[in-house]
Design a protein around this ligand. Structure first.
Ligand SMILES: Cc1ncc(C[n+]2csc(CCOP(=O)(O)OP(=O)(O)O)c2C)c(N)n1
Ligand SMILES: [Mg+2]
Length: 424
C-alpha cells in the first residue's frame, strides 16, 4: 500500500477528495502499516526521549505535559487535572496531520486573498490550530460548537472539507454556506457546528442556548462557545454566564487568548487578563493552547465537569501569526521578534512534528509524505473551488431575516425591485 494514499485515507478531512472506502478499513490499513514502528506504552516525560519499543497504532501512550494547568475555584469540585494525558500513536499522527492541513489551508487563503480570489473579511487561524484539534479529540459531533469569525479551521475540525471552506471564501456555490456567507460564516449543522459569528461576543449567549437544549433534551452533551480575549470584556458574556450557572447548563466557555483584540493588547483592554478567572463564581482552567494534547486533556476535564456541575471557563493561551484580518499587517502593535519567538518556541505544528519524531513513532520520510499529501489536498481544493460556480442570483436574497420588500427598504443599497425573493 502506497503510504501517501494510506495517510490520505486514514487522516484527511476531505470528504470530496477522500477515497471511497470506509474509515474503518483505512484504520485497519493504518494499523498494519504502523505495526513495524517503535512506540511506547508508558511514555514519560520529555519530548527528547528516544526510547524504542513496539506497539500498534492504538496502544495507550501516556505523555507528561510540560506546562501545568492553572485553576480557578476548582477545589470545590474535582481539583486540578493532573499533568499527564493518555493518547495513542494514531491520535498523535492524526493531530499532526490535521494541524498541518489547517496551516496549509490558511496559508493558501492568504495567497488567494492577495490574488483577489477572496474578497471581504478574512480572519486566519494559523498559530491557533492546537485548540481546534485538541478540542475535537475530547468531543463528539453531538456536542455543539459556536465560535467567532475566525472559523475556517473549526469547520475542518467538525468534519467539513477544505473545498467547503475554500469555496465559501471565494463566494462559490460549493461553499459551506453555499457561497453566500463568506469567511465569517462557516456552518455545519449535521455536526452541530453553528458558525461563524461576525458580531464580537454574540456567540456567548448562543452557546448558553445550545447548552440549555442539551440539558432540556436529556442529552449527555455539552455546548462549547469560543471567543477571543477582546470579546471576553463584553457584557453579554456575563449575562449568559449568570443564567448558565443558575441553571447548571452543560456549557464550556473557551477564551482563545491570542493576546490581541485587533491591534489592542490584552492588558490595555482587560483590567484582569486572567481570563480563566473572569467567570467569578464559575470555575475556570488555564490551558496551554499551543499543545493539542494539553487542550485534549483540559477539554476532557471540562466536558466531565460541565455535565456534572454546570458551566466552566477555559482560557487557552495561544497566538495568531497573521494580523487580525487581511487588512492588518499585524506588525504595528507587536514586534516581529515577538512573532518569531512564538513560532520558534511554541508553534503547535512543530511541537507535534518533533514529538512524533523524537518518540520514533514516524520517520522523517514518513512525515514528509504526510505533508506532501496534505499539501496536495489543499492544492486540489483550491482548483475545485475556483471552478465552482457563483451562487444563483436569487440565492443572495434567500434566508434573509427581514422581508425588505414589504418594508420597502433597500438592503445595503441593493434595489430589491430587480430581484425575486426565494424563501428557503
Ligand atoms: C460588537 C462588535 N464590536 C466590534 C466589532 C469589531 N471587531 C471585530 S473583531 C474585534 C476584536 C476581537 O478580538 P478578540 O475577541 O480578541 O478575537 P480575535 O480576533 O483575537 O480572535 C473587533 C473589535 C465587532 N465585530 N462586533
Ligand atoms: Mg484576541
Amino acid at each position: 500500500m502506497n503510504h501517501e494514499l494510506l495517510m490520505r485515507r486514514a487522516y484527511c478531512f476531505q470528504k470530496d477528495l477522500r477515497p471511497r472506502f470506509p474509515v474503518t478499513q483505512a484504520m485497519a490499513l493504518l494499523r498494519s502499516f504502523a505495526r513495524g514502528f517503535p512506540a511506547t506504552r508508558q511514555f514519560a516525560p520529555s519530548l527528547a526521549s528516544k526510547r524504542s519499543f513496539s506497539a500498534s497504532a492504538d496502544d495507550t501512550i501516556t505523555i507528561e505535559l510540560d506546562r501545568p494547568f492553572v485553576g480557578h475555584k476548582l477545589d470545590q469540585f474535582d481539583g486540578l487535572p493532573d499533568q499527564t494525558v493518555e493518547t495513542t500513536k494514531a491520535e498523535m499522527v492524526k493531530m499532526f496531520s490535521d494541524m498541518y492541513l489547517m496551516r496549509r489551508m490558511e496559508i493558501a487563503a492568504d495567497v488567494l486573498y492577495k490574488g483577489k480570489f477572496i474578497r471581504g473579511f478574512c480572519h486566519l487561524y494559523d498559530g491557533q490550530e492546537a485548540i481546534c484539534v485538541g478540542m475535537e479529540a475530547a468531543l463528539n459531533f453531538k456536542d455543539s460548537i459556536v465560535t467567532s469569525y475566525r472559523d475556517h479551521c473549526t469547520h475542518l475540525g467538525r468534519g467539513g472539507t477544505v473545498v467547503e471552506v475554500m469555496a465559501e471564501l471565494m463566494g462559490r456555490a460549493d461553499g459551506a454556506s453555499k457561497g453566500i456567507g463568506g469567511s465569517m460564516h462557516m456552518y455545519r449543522k449535521e455536526a452541530n457546528f453553528y458558525g461563524g459569528n461576525g458580531i464580537v461576543g454574540a456567540q456567548a449567549p448562543l452557546g448558553a442556548g445550545m447548552a440549555f437544549k442539551h440539558k432540556y433534551s436529556g442529552e449527555p452533551n455539552v455546548a462549547c462557545a469560543l471567543y477571543g480575549d477582546g470579546a471576553a470584556n463584553q457584557g453579554q458574556l456575563f449575562e449568559a454566564l449568570n443564567i448558565a450557572a443558575l441553571w447548571d447548563l452543560p456549557l464550556i466557555y473557551i477564551c482563545e487568548n491570542n493576546h490581541y483584540g485587533m491591534g489592542t493588547a490584552e492588558w490595555r483592554a482587560a483590567k484582569n487578563p486572567d481570563f480563566y478567572t473572569r467567570g467569578d463564581y464559575v470555575p475556570g482552567l488555564k490551558i496551554n493552547g499551543m499543545d493539542s494534547l494539553s487542550v485534549k486533556k483540559g477539554m476532557q476535564y471540562a466536558k466531565a465537569h460541565a455535565l456534572a456541575h454546570g458551566p466552566i471557563v477555559l482560557e487557552m493561551d495561544t497566538y495568531r501569526y497573521h494580523g487580525h484580518s487581511m487588512s492588518d499587517p499585524g506588525s504595528t502593535y507587536r514586534t516581529r521578534e515577538e512573532i518569531t519567538s512564538v513560532r520558534q518556541e511554541r508553534d503547535p505544528v512543530e511541537r507535534m512534528r518533533k514529538r512524533i519524531l523524537d518518540m520514533e513513532l514516524v520517520t522523517t520520510a514518513e512525515v514528509k509524505e504526510i505533508e506532501k499529501a496534505q499539501r496536495k489536498i489543499v492544492d486540489e481544493a483550491v482548483e475545485i473551488s475556483k471552478a465552482s460556480p457563483l451562487p444563483a442570483e436569487e440565492k443572495l436574497f434567500s434566508n434573509m431575516y427581514t422581508n425588505s420588500k414589504q418594508l420597502n427598504i433597500g438592503i445595503r443599497g441593493v434595489d430589491h425591485t430587480i430581484v425575486s425573493y426565494a424563501a428557503e
